[in-house]
Every structure is written in structure tokens, then in C-alpha cells.
Design a protein around this ligand. Sequence first.
Ligand code: FPP
Length: 266
Amino acid sequence: MSIEVIQTTTETQEATLEEARARGVDLHRLPRHIAVIMDGNGRWAKARGMPRIEGHRNGIKSVRETVRTCRELEIPYLTLYAFSVENWSRPRLEVEALMRLLHTFLLSEIREMRDNGIRLHSIGRTNDLPAGVRSALDQAQAETAECKTMQLNLALSYGGRTEIVSAARRIAEEVRNGRISTEEIDEALFSSYLTTAGIPDPDLLIRTSGEFRVSNFLLWEIAYTEIWITPVFWPDFRKEQLFSAILDFQRRERRFGRVIEADVGL
Ligand code: FPP
């Protein structure tokens, strides 16, 4: 079942590229890193009179389609906000159901990820996860470690502030032990202590379900990221919305705080 959805073939990749071109997407100016806040699973389920977990279950279909499409577009990095540090406070049954879904997803997708050149990487406090999920995660990361086409980062038990505080703690420890001096602390050094070390900052952040918030996601890393918000709930998110986000991104002028040359003369 999962094989049909996540697996990429030359034919499906060609079809995706053709569809993207037809929508006006410039395949030479794709974002290098897309991050996604997958929101609205609960509301999607509620609107259908279903339990919230059905929203999460259907959200996995969107995860697969998004991973597959990014892989076919050869976008090197995709980061999905799958579980936040705050999500541990949800009702126990919902947390357990989410962990079960994650566990099943990891075990069922390892082969497809490996066959499709997708390296799995996790960010966040993964030691908080139940032992079974952690070992499935370790296995998936080990078995896909050599994959080079795309890196799928799953943010699990992740919180942006937690990430910044733990980096600050580790740097303070290094200073105390004399391994680095305070003068050496700059943005590059700080970044190297985050769980996202080595991953380029996201170019595009997508948020579903129409909320205008960043919800403690990649706070340091999204300093200059373009944000695209859709009212569509995550379980309804498909290729079509992904192309719209990319198209909108390509229409924007990224200045990174600078002035563009044509506007310099005042
Ligand atoms: C937000 O919707 C979504 C989550 C907290 C979990 C996201 C999880 C999945 C899509 C499934 C598992 C993921 C993977 C990668 C296997 P919400 O529950 O906050 O929705 P609401 O705001 O409408 O209540």
C-alpha cells in the first residue's frame, strides 16, 4: 500500500515534473529546503464527525504525497513538524495513537525511502519518544544513512526554544571547560550546536489550516524564510497546494534585509 504512494519511478517523476512545469513552476529555481507545519488534522476529522486520530491517520497520506513530490522535484531537504514538545500535553490516548502511527510509518517506509534515495533524519528531543518508536527511528536513520537524493527531517518532540536553550547550555559548558572562548561564539558556531546543524535554513515554510503562527518551529532557522499559509487542512494537502506554495515563493523577491540594486539611488 505504502509502496504505491511513496515510491517514485521514472514515469511518476516525469509526470510530476510535467505537471509542475504546466503550473508555471520554474524547475531551475526550486527552494532547497521546504519546512512544513502540518496543522488542522483535528479540525479535518471534526468536520467529518470522526475522532481526531482519523485526522492524523489521513494526514499520513499527505505526508507520503509531499515526500514523494519533493523527491520527484529533487528538492534536497524537507522538514516536517510531526510532534512538538507541547504535544506531550495532549490527551494520553491521542499521544499514544500518534506514537503508534509514527512507529508504523517508520517501519513501513524504510525500504521505500532507501530505494528512493531518501535519507531520514530526526531533529528534536528524540530521547523523549517511547523505546519502540526510538528504535524504529534509529533503524530507519541507519538504513537510509547513505541515501543522497533528499533528506527528510522529522521534527519529533521538537521545540524551537528548547533547541536554542540546549545549544546555549552546551556552548556554556564548552566555554567552562576551556574548549571554546566567548569571542569565538558567532552565528555559525551557534548554528553548529542546534539539532539542525549542517542543514541549510529553510527557504520556504508552509503552514496549513490558515493559522498565522510559527508555533515554536525552527525559530532560529526561519530568520529569512518565506512563509506561505493555506486554509487547507493538512489531510487535504496535495501536490496542487505544494505547487502553489512553490509558485508563490518564486514570485517573491528575497532581500535578506538588504536593498536591491535598482532601489539604491534614493
Ligand atoms: C496538527 O494537527 C498535527 C499534529 C500535531 C501531528 C501531525 C502528525 C501527522 C500528520 C501524522 C504523523 C506524522 C508522520 C510524519 C508519520 P492538530 O491535531 O493540531 O489539528 P487541529 O489544530 O485542527 O486540532
